[in-house]
Design a binder for this molecule. Structure first.
Ligand code: SAH
Ligand code: SF4
Ligand code: F3S
Length: 422
């Protein structure tokens, strides 16, 4: 029996798809190269913006045109909130808290709708697929209820996994050859609310794992991003010098309407503390333009913060009305065309800053973890500690998982080129 998985959405969905891949492979299934040759087709969905939500419906339609015989499973964030609508087009609907359903799908062809508000056992260790880098969930759900965001409704209440379970999972990964882990949570800085240890203590423990080379984490909510964490990033040699710190807006009026619970000033203070303490630190962010009541002046404040922080990269989006959220009913919704105009201005500014930041690396030697052969097949690629992709020429003695020193010779649009340095 063969399966095919198509994944939309964030790293949490990528990890969930990997769990499914692991469960099915361990049950004797093999992966199909295309949906046409699959017996089971899984579509893992994202609901964060309206456009993302539409994709699961168009994808299922497309798949059915190619392969009418396969069983279709709709899973992920859209499945969690719209199970009855999806049941009309899919044979099985699996929510975000019921991934264990796949054990039954593999074993006895379970069919139906499987949704739970929260996870039964967050400490259960799902299988991984062998890789140099790996995603590890450290917490599930979100309790922040930012007024634009659907995630608290698609992922349920925030719950942290016990550190023993996380450490055991990472040790297993290291035994499989993993060198780098990305610790995942919607707000990793609030990890451990239900325990007597916090995220920083978890980092100290993970840093001790022998054979593990690098530790990354995402996402850091600015309201909970602490000096203690910044110091840990300086002191723990495995923790990479990169933070993803979503700004969302540079206007205090909009931040308040978004219910982000920090001001622009507090945000910038943390950015400067990080830049001061963590040498060669890199910062990336998420920004929403055209939130209800955002004026041109509010938007320009966002542009000024972007210029000031000089993000390595930013992911920016037009505000999209989402069901269940507060912001969808707010006055002062912004016209679509105006949202697009603002998005274009912001993205042009970011492109310029990204180019400047990448150019700064030229002539410098970077530590690169080799992940494999580049897309074009003519070079090796990996990432530096700041999470920037670096391509360099093949060398016989270098293999996946090695850490090498690469002298940067050229900055491309989103990545770097280099040559091995002695
Ligand atoms: N937990 C993370 C973000 C998860 S969603 C955090 O708190 O930062 C990823 C990004 O999608 C968000 O940072 C936000 O920029 C964007 N996003 C979320 N809801 C959105 C909406 N309704 N419209 C447009 N962008 C949205
Ligand atoms: Fe959404 Fe806010 Fe939670 Fe992030 S912190 S997932 S933006 S509600
Ligand atoms: Fe991720 Fe999209 Fe769900 S961003 S948490 S897959 S709504």
């Amino acid at each position: 029996m063969k399966f095919y998985i198509k994944t939309f959405g964030c790293q949490m969905n990528e990890r969930d798809s990997e769990k499914v891949q692991g469960i099915l492979s361990n049950s004797g299934w093999s992966e199909a190269l295309s949906p046409e040759e699959a017996d089971l087709i899984v579509v893992n969905s994202c609901a964060v913006r309206e456009k993302a939500e539409q994709k699961i419906y168009s994808e299922i339609g497309r798949i059915k045109n190619k392969n009418r015989k396969a069983t279709v499973v709709a899973m992920g964030c859209v499945a969690q909130i719209n199970p009855s609508k999806l049941k009309q087009v899919a044979d099985v609907v699996v929510g975000t808290n019921t991934i264990d359903t796949f054990f039954n799908i593999a074993k006895n062809g379970a069919r139906g709708v499987f949704i739970k508000e929260n996870m039964d056992n967050p400490d259960y260790i799902f299988p991984h697929v062998e890789n140099i880098t790996a995603f590890v969930d450290i917490m599930y759900g979100c309790d922040n209820f930012c007024t634009y965001c659907i995630v608290p409704f698609t992922r349920g209440r925030e719950i942290s996994r016990k550190k023993e379970s996380i450490i055991e999972e990472i040790k297993k990964l290291v035994d499989m050859g993993t060198k780098e882990v990305m610790l995942l949570g919607q707000n990793v800085n609030s990890y451990g609310k239900n325990f007597d240890y916090n995220f920083v203590e978890l980092l100290y423990e993970v840093n001790k794992i022998e054979g593990l080379e690098r530790i990354r984490f995402t996402t850091s909510h600015p309201k909970d991003f602490s000096k203690e964490l910044i110091i840990a990033m300086r002191d723990l040699e495995k923790v990479c010098e990169h933070i993803h710190l979503p700004l969302q807006s540079g206007s205090n009026k909009i931040l308040k309407l978004m219910r982000r619970r920090y001001t622009k000033e507090e945000y910038l203070e943390k950015v400067y503390l990080f830049k001061d303490i963590v040498k060669e630190g890199s910062i990336t962010t998420d920004i929403i333009v055209g939130f209800p009541q955002e004026t041109v002046e509010d938007f320009e404040e966002t542009l000024r913060v972007v210029e000031e922080v000089k993000y390595d990269t930013s992911f920016s989006f037009k505000y999209s009305k989402r069901p269940y959220t507060k912001a969808k009913d707010m006055d002062g919704q912004v016209d679509e065309k105006e949202k697009l105009r603002r998005l274009n201005i912001l993205q042009a500014l970011q492109a310029e800053i990204t180019q400047r930041r990448l150019n700064e690396y030229v002539g410098r030697v970077q530590e690169v973890l080799v992940e494999g052969v580049s897309k074009r097949g003519n070079q090796l690629f990996g990432r530096n500690r700041q999470n920037i992709v670096v391509n360099f020429d093949f060398m016989d003695n270098i293999k996946k998982g090695d850490i090498v020193r690469v002298e940067i010779t050229k900055a491309l649009k989103h990545s770097l080129l280099g040559k091995l340095s002695g």
